[in-house]
Design a protein around this ligand. Structure first.
Ligand code: BMA
Length: 325
């Protein structure tokens, strides 16, 4: 049975939903914030001190963003939100002049620290920046690590052949996902394209970019990425999956042809930017095998959807092996 037949047999005439939305979405909005903000969106997600920690992009009424953490015991409710920005643009870092956006968090065991990769919005375009933290109160800036135009970056949690690996998305003749290596987290090289935007009428034809931090599984590194398609009524942001080789993440084992999650509900279709679902983090509960994906909806609020890791792996293993670009 090929992949398409598998999908047809999954149910009658509907696609099987891998990620199911939380029924009380959105889980966090500007109204929940302890200080005035325009929107809260695109959160990174990790476990810190046994609790779920989201680091949300928060946009003010100038249009500039900073990052603020929200912490919860169950990852759904009773969020404790910092009363002031957790990580704000630093005046000593001119590349952050127009704000900082879209963080991703990876815990680096070797350093005993969390690495936060984020978009620094400079007056000359978006760059990838990195900061380290042990406590989400004090931050050590590594600074800009990729020149403009580059965003959507995440780092793997350990070294491969003594080198760190970073996934990111430069824009230059297309908007494709690249992977780069470094000995020291600061200087990156050996750049290689990993996942390309497919052009034409593909759902990810115009742009692709990584969403959450890579998830280590028995079958390989599971990637969640967004794909953009431009239409006459604007861009639509949807999500797909890919699988990288466990020992050599430069090799793409599988890539979904279809998108697996897209704007459907009102809060995803209407807002500051219509038709956007944009996760920057997910969390696997190893005891239940359940993955929670936290995402920005319509660039306005934060929502939650959950999937089973087994179902995601079954799905991606049935997807075609791509030609490595
Ligand atoms: C991307 C980023 C995201 C945003 C998305 C949709 O380029 O700026 O922060 O959610 O566009 O507007």
């Amino acid at each position: 049975m090929n992949h398409f037949e598998t999908r047809l047999k999954a149910s009658d005439n509907t696609y099987k939903e891998l990620f199911r939305r939380y029924q009380y979405n959105p889980i966090l909005t500007a109204k929940d914030w302890p200080y005035p903000v325009n929107s809260v969106l695109n959160p990174a997600a990790t476990i810190f001190n046994g609790k779920v920690l989201l680091l949300a992009r928060v946009e003010d009424r100038r249009g500039f963003s900073h990052l603020t953490k929200a912490v919860s015991d169950d990852g759904i409710s009773n969020w404790v939100i910092d009363r002031t920005p957790t990580l704000a643009p630093d005046p000593d870092h001119p590349e952050e002049a127009w704000g900082i956006e879209d963080p991703r968090i990876t815990y680096i065991d070797e350093l005993g620290k969390y690495a936060i990769t984020y978009t620094a919005y400079s007056e000359s375009g978006a760059v990838v920046s990195m900061a380290l933290t042990e406590d989400f109160e004090n931050f050590e800036r590594i600074g800009p690590i990729m020149p403009p135009e580059d965003k959507d970056a995440t780092i793997f949690p350990y070294k491969f052949d003594d080198r760190w690996l970073l996934i990111h998305r430069p824009i230059e003749r297309g908007a494709n996902i690249w992977i780069s290596a470094s000995n020291n987290l600061k200087y990156w090289g050996d750049h290689k394209i990993l996942i390309n935007s497919r052009g034409g009428s593909w759902w990810d034809g115009t742009k692709v970019g990584i969403c959450a931090q890579p998830l280590e599984t028995s079958e390989g590194w599971l990637l969640l990425y967004h794909g953009v398609r431009n239409t006459a009524s604007g861009a639509t942001y949807r999500l797909g999956l890919a699988l990288l080789d466990l020992k050599n993440p430069l090799k793409v084992l599988r890539r979904s042809d279809e998108w697996i999650f897209g704007p459907r509900e009102e809060y995803e279709k209407q807002g500051d930017v219509q038709d956007v679902v944009f996760p920057c983090g997910w969390i696997l509960d190893k005891s239940t095998g359940k993955i929670r994906m936290y995402y920005g909806a319509a660039d306005t609020c934060i929502a939650l959807a959950a999937a089973s890791l087994d179902e995601l792996l079954e799905y991606i293993l049935n997807c075609p092996e791509p030609e490595n670009p």
